[in-house]
Design a protein around this ligand. Sequence first.
Ligand code: T3D
Length: 260
Amino acid sequence: MNDVLYSVDEAVATITLDRPEAMNSLTVRAKTDLLEALTSAAQAYAVRAVLLTGAGRAFCAGQDLTEHAANLEAGRGLNDTVRTHYNPIIRAITEMGKPVVAAVNGVAAGAGASLAFACDLRIASDRAKFTMAFTGIGLAPDSGASWTLQRLVGPARAAELLLLNEPIDAARALELGIVSKVVSAEDLAAEARALAVRLAQGPTSAYAATKQALASAAGSTLNEALELEADLQDACAKTGDHLNATRAFLSKERPVFQGR
Ligand code: T3D
């Protein structure tokens, strides 16, 4: 991997977008690296949580517009890059049976904002900024922003953010519910890591089931949600983590989750 750093420690896979000179914007190579890193994290048994962040002063400025302009000028258009690259990345995050935390260290623009929205939890530095950017260059939302953003902030706010493309700072993002916590830039790495480590020590199977239930319920009827919850709960109830945690509760001890 050239444009993404990948490391695993304490069952947390940290994925760092690493093109700080171009605000971690996404070239084909960066997107390929990102998908490879996410796939590795999803498949590695030893990984139980993922932390996604950016190197330097940006989280991710979305599509690399230098590469994009070259494609346009050469008449290659979008080359179906959304289906080929962005959609698999978003699915890798949302379908991964492990929690994914975005540590939004700086600006998140366009597909960079979409990446953060696709994560399960978002913690931001006080220097973070979100700008939807798409309409600013005559494009419509991609990488799931039309779906995720309105679930985070409601349809009216999502329309406002996507149509007007006005940047919002970290404090406003917290107010709108886009991020769950804002910390100082100096504290972000440690705070986000502590959150990811906490999740990595949790009931991984139950987290996977929770992600699946939430994703499904967003487009299902109450009866469908009740049915899926029953199936997922049945599966969770058969895990060693559930048995051990129940025993620990009755013994007034802290549960130790093995993730299965
Ligand atoms: O074909 C397809 O794949 C379609 C898919 C599209 C998905 C999308 O993501 S569309 C949205 C693309 N992104 C944008 O439109 C954002 C463009 N960038 C900005 O609006 C601003 O740069 C930021 C708000 C992100 C940051 O502003 P600021 O003032 O903090 O920094 P800056 O001075 O504008 O940028 C710093 C450098 O990063 C600068 O390079 P330089 O002049 O120092 O050499 C700038 O050109 C570069 N940069 C920033 N964003 C991008 C970028 N270079 C390439 N691509 C970028 N997206």
